[in-house]
Ligand binder design. Sequence first.
Ligand code: HEM
Length: 302
Amino acid sequence: MTGVQDDTELARELIDAVAVVMGSVPGHRVTHAKGIVLRGTFTATPRARELTRAAHMQGDPVPVTVRFSNGAGDPRCPDAAQNDPRGMAVKFALPDGSETDLVCQSWPVFPAGTPRAFLGLMRAQGAGPEATESFLAENPDIAEALEAIAALGDPPLAWGAMAFNSLVAYRLVNADGVGRYVRFRLEPEAGVASLPPEQQGSADDDYLMTGVLEQVPVRHRLLAQLAEDGDQTTDASKAWPAEREWVDLGVVEVTGPDTERERDGDVLVNDPMRVTDGIEPSDDPILHLRPLLYAESVRRRT
Ligand code: HEM
């Protein structure tokens, strides 16, 4: 049995281990240290409100704050880094003044299904290639997830050419109280494209962050993959069968730079457990630990 104390300790251990692997720099986010905060709108499709009664899914446009980020812990990491878990976090401003967050990353699956398994991987990677090799030999599921991750085309051509996944599942609940488990994906309207290999060596260190300001408006469709009865909803390291239906919930349109957040001591936190009525967290243990992980990161960066 685990308690709040155990989870807080686990979060601290995990942050310590991740900081080594991700090259974290004190005073900055432990991961996803380099990013750009933008603003825009989200407009839901009619299909969205059939699945959820969430306020931003009823069809009227709502303002959003979007942060695109590299995954590394170093705020100076070059944007053309390989194998980086990049992020797109969307904060929706709801009509009642509250917020709901969607936190997605570029990997197709998470490497491990539980916080302890991920801690094992981080400690092995932190110890070096030999330790990693024997850890992966003992954990074939994690080795398999890492293969799926390595197959991703990285780095992207632009933020508007990359797809991002929630990986963890949520339950959408509609006005009749009918619930359905989903995983979210933000799919670029312009299509997915990688930076051509011949440009990777010469790309500007900030080409993603500065490029997006010239490319706005940038649009991502918010898709929901529908689970079917019997699909597991607590292990983000396992993809659902490819034939599961994808539903178009609406469009996130980024229109320009945000001029308010992260100034004068403002702390922007995107929390995957901050969800409004009509969206419920699944029982995924990684999802439930993330507020503690992110709070520990905030302690170290503020
Ligand atoms: C489904 C799995 C996960 C996804 C999709 C995900 C995605 C993200 C994204 C997109 C951000 C940037 C948020 C922003 O721009 O404000 C972020 C932040 C962060 N993530 Fe995760 N993450 C996941 C799991 C984890 C795990 C297991 C750890 C373990 C240490 C972790 C550690 C962090 C930390 C330390 C931050 C910085 C938090 C802050 O200072 O605000 N994440 N994550």
